[in-house]
Design a protein around this ligand. Structure first.
Ligand SMILES: *[C@@H]1O[C@H](CO)[C@@H](O)[C@H](O)[C@H]1NC(C)=O
Ligand SMILES: *[C@@H]1O[C@H](CO)[C@@H](O)[C@H](O)[C@H]1NC(C)=O
Ligand SMILES: *[C@@H]1O[C@H](CO)[C@@H](O)[C@H](O)[C@H]1NC(C)=O
Ligand SMILES: *[C@@H]1O[C@H](CO)[C@@H](O)[C@H](O)[C@H]1NC(C)=O
Ligand SMILES: *[C@@H]1O[C@H](CO)[C@@H](O)[C@H](O)[C@H]1NC(C)=O
Ligand SMILES: *[C@@H]1O[C@H](CO)[C@@H](O)[C@H](O)[C@H]1NC(C)=O
Ligand SMILES: *[C@@H]1O[C@H](CO)[C@@H](O)[C@H](O)[C@H]1NC(C)=O
Length: 759
């Protein structure tokens, strides 16, 4: 079998695509099997022995070898994974305690490539309130970790919390001395991978990262301070994770050779058993119902134990409905841009200075060089034409039909020393590979540059590289790549939940893989990389969730998520509604960014929270069209479904309509009820403020909530009425509860969305 393993730093959308195995009746492949532990016959001393005996009992006559057990699971859910043939599986289904089984599946890593860090304040707010996450443990489910990275040094770290039960597993180029007070655990899981291909040679059989992805996500969530970090001179400064004093534990489940659901489940299961507080998982399964999605199943078990799972939305934007990890009991994170631009300056011979975009990874010398422009040649799409460019000139390139990368590669094959690329393609700013000296400017800037080149007898220009500009406006904007809701697996919950920085995030990298390149064949390495993707947004949210857990140890996963959502900011740094790069800078909808950009210091004191218990999630599952077996696969306990309810106590609202039905002028009304818990100082009175989606009427009852004490719960209902044929449009607004002193503002997005059929 073949695996496509994207190298993070050179592909815009790199992922590990893992091939499913084709199975004929006789061949074995891996199945994840859910069992009802309560049905274990008394003869067995432990469930491990029971599972082994069960597997032995189904051995097929057609095989000389026996089917074998890969993992037993006892934390996130009960069961095991095993290598079985189809006839063995059929026998297994008749065994006592069998609940369900499904084949091992491929996973997608949410990486595009790129940078930033949200600035938290050491003097006030969430950092000091949580002691920088000191006693919180973040489990990262990923490609492994580079333990020698400076981000994982334990300078300034105190003793490991005594409740920690994890370990530093030895393996290839990895031993116990690689863990310390920062990286407190590292384990690896590849039985599923090996079972899929018994002959496989695993190139790095340990928790060591060979990809960069896991090192990057871990350092983003909880990396220690590293001075003078930069990506080839760009974004230089002191790097740190969101929770710089939190502990990290790596669970390596993705391999150069592939990644399998059984291994991912084993990693999540172990993380919960080891005692992590937050799980950060920057990978996902596309097109999977909840009861077959290992991340949904693993995160249900985590939620029950009070562990919040923070997961990436995916990089399949901007079309609606391709989001993954839209799991009701997890936090789903979208990606946005940051207010930092990496780039360079273009200075013309007449003194005009322009800021442009470049990521050329060196300080190329381009000083007072003749500038060349010829309408025909400057299309930069023909080697023959470009042969006419005089040597040691800068060529101006403008061609709406060519990509920036294509124009740049033609320039690289000419005599020119650099290229000025005129383009309005916003998505190039999410990209980190820039193998030839050049600078990208906008068509508007291009007018001045072309005019200067055409009207001056000896035009010239200089380019300065390795520059970092902060205060870019507007920022954040929703990244084009971030996957959009509705969540196909459960469209009645608005997903994603929040947005965090995902574009050109600077964080640690592995030193022995390329992080950039110069003129196609020279690969460069770096201890830091600037990469983009929801994979990079997710660990920001995970680190912030860890800080909230540190500040409020008693909060449930739902309360932490609620605090992050209801205080998220829908406005950008120019105080306008956040815009969406993927829709040409239209105003972003909650289907792209959830409640908005995460605001950590506000999340510390949200005023009210929308809490949810395991029972609430079970009632929600009961309202879905699932069989009891499918529900059991997720819950692992017999439940009665006495009060099914699709109305989960969620801090957001989505109304769906069928865009192919011509409803004419008929009004549709959808009702929701919610309960909020007062986590403010004491007595408080909140009033509802509604901003109704265009063409709808939103009614809140009661519209005033009077709390007499802390932790009091009060309920309200909301009706969303909309008319007519909405023709595929997405409209949105919000409900905000504001207290009488205007100290707290508890905002929930409302969206009216077409149903989508993305699967
Ligand atoms: C662990 O690895 C380090 C670095 O490779 C080495 O110096 C050390 O001797 C090893 N320790 C053990 C116990 O193997
Ligand atoms: C594994 O190796 C054995 C012996 O070389 C070979 O017979 C078998 O076909 C291989 N299996 C796979 C799945 O490649
Ligand atoms: C531009 O280049 C084309 C193709 O080489 C050439 O025919 C034309 O004369 C040039 N135009 C100018 C103004 O030099
Ligand atoms: C509900 O599930 C049943 C059985 O899986 C299926 O036949 C039916 O079409 C489903 N109904 C809806 C509305 O999805
Ligand atoms: C779960 O339900 C099944 C069938 O309804 C029953 O046989 C089993 O004993 C139940 N288990 C528990 C723990 O109640
Ligand atoms: C929308 O309505 C059409 C026409 O009645 C129907 O065929 C389709 O299944 C509906 N779509 C959904 C997602 O319910
Ligand atoms: C609905 O949208 C389609 C495609 O955008 C458009 O062609 C059509 O005119 C719209 N219909 C109405 C009634 O607005």
């Amino acid at each position: 079998m073949g695996f496509v393993n994207g190298v993070c730093c050179v592909l815009l959308f790199a992922w590990l695509a893992f091939q499913a195995i084709l199975v004929s009746g006789n061949e074995r492949s891996t199945y994840i099997v859910h069992m009802d532990k309560s049905l274990m016959p008394e003869a067995f001393a432990s469930h491990d022995i029971w599972y082994s005996a069960t597997i032995d009992s189904v051995k097929s006559q057609n095989h000389e070898s026996s089917p074998f057990l890969l993992y037993t699971y006892d934390h996130a859910f009960h069961g095991f994974s095993a290598s079985l043939s189809i006839d063995e599986l059929e026998l297994l289904k008749k065994s006592p305690g069998f609940v369900s089984a499904y084949g091992d599946k491929k996973a997608t890593v949410d990486t595009t490539h790129t940078y930033e860090f949200l600035s938290l304040n050491p003097l006030t707010g969430l950092w000091p309130a949580s002691d920088y996450g000191k006693d919180v443990i973040i489990g990262v489910i990923d490609t492994g970790i580079w333990p020698e990275s400076e981000s994982f040094k334990d300078d300034g770290m105190s003793e490991i919390p005594s409740r920690w039960k994890g370990t530093c597993e030895e393996g290839q180029e990895f031993n116990a001395s690689n863990c310390n007070l920062k990286l407190i655990g590292a384990r690896y899981f590849n039985k599923g991978l090996r079972a899929s291909n018994p002959n496989i040679t695993i190139s790095m059989n340990s928790a060591r990262d060979t990809e960069g992805h896991g090192t990057h996500t871990s350092s983003t969530a909880g990396g220690n301070y590293v001075e003078e970090a930069s990506y080839f001179g760009y974004a230089s400064g002191t790097a740190r994770g969101m929770a710089p004093r939190a502990r990290l534990a790596m669970y390596k489940v993705l391999w150069d050779e592939g990644g399998f659901a059984s291994d991912i489940l084993a990693g999540m299961d172990q993380a919960v058993a080891d005692g992590v507080d937050i799980i950060s998982i920057s990978l996902g399964y596309d097109g999977m119902p909840l009861y077959e999605d290992p991340i949904a199943i693993g995160s249900f078990g985590a939620m029950e134990k009070g562990v919040l799972v923070s997961a990436s939305a995916g990089n399949d934007g901007p079309g609606l409905g391709y989001l993954h990890n839209g799991i009701p009991w997890a936090l789903t994170v979208a990606a946005g841009s940051i207010d930092r631009t990496l780039g360079g300056s273009l200075v013309l011979g007449n003194g005009l200075s322009l800021r442009g975009w470049t990521m050329f990874p060196a300080n190329a010398y381009v000083e007072d060089v003749p500038l060349f422009y010829n309408k025909t040649i400057s299309t930069c799409d023909s080697i023959d034409h470009l042969a006419e460019v005089p040597s040691s000139a800068i060529i101006i390139c403008e061609n709406k039909l060519s990509s920036v990368a294509d124009m740049l590669s033609f320039v690289a094959n000419s005599n020119a020393v650099a290229g000025i690329i005129i383009s309005d393609d916003q998505s190039v700013y999410e990209f980190n590979d820039f193998p030839y000296p050049g600078i990208v400017i906008t068509p508007n800037q291009g007018l001045d540059v072309i005019k200067y080149a055409q009207t001056t007898p000896k035009p010239s220009a200089s380019i300065a590289f390795q520059q970092t500009f902060v205060g870019t406006k507007p920022a954040p904007a929703v990244a084009a790549y971030t996957s959009r809701g509705p969540a196909a697996s459960n469209p009645s919950i608005l997903k994603p939940d929040i947005m965090a920085p995902g574009t050109l995030v600077l964080a640690s990298w592995i030193p022995n893989a390329p992080a950039s390149s110069i003129s196609p064949n020279i690969q460069l390495s770096s201890n830091f990389n600037a990469v983009s993707g929801t994979s990079m947004a997710c660990p920001h949210a995970s680190g912030l969730a860890a800080l909230l857990k540190g500040a409020h140890p008693e909060w449930s996963p739902a309360a932490i998520r609620s605090a992050m959502m209801t205080t998220a900011n829908p406005l950008d740094n120019s105080h306008q509604q956040i815009r969406d790069i993927g829709t040409d800078f239209e105003i972003a909808t909650p289907l792209a960014m959830g409640a908005g950009q995460v605001d950590p210091n506000c999340a510390l004191n949200p005023g009210l929270v929308y809490d949810a218990t395991t029972d609430d999630y079970i009632n929600f599952l009961c309202s879905m069209n699932f069989t009891m077996t499918q529900i059991y696969t997720i819950t692992r306990t017999n439940i009665s479904c006495s009060s099914p309810s699709s109305d989960l106590n969620y801090p957001s609202f989505i109304s769906l309509y069928n865009s192919t039905l011509a409803t004419g002028g008929i009004t549709t009304v959808q009702y929701y009820s919610r309960t909020v818990t007062n986590v403010g100082d004491g007595a408080a009175t909140y009033k509802a403020k509604v901003s109704a989606p265009k063409g709808s009427v939103v009614t809140v009852s009661p519209d005033t909530l009077v709390f007499s004490k802390m932790y009091e719960k009060l309920s309200y209902s909301i009706a969303i009425a909309f008319t007519g044929d909405k023709n595929g449009t997405v409209t949105f607004g919000s409900l905000t509860w504001i207290d009488e002193n205007s100290k707290y503002s508890v905002r929930s997005p409302i969206v009216i969305s077409p149903m989508v059929d993305a699967w």
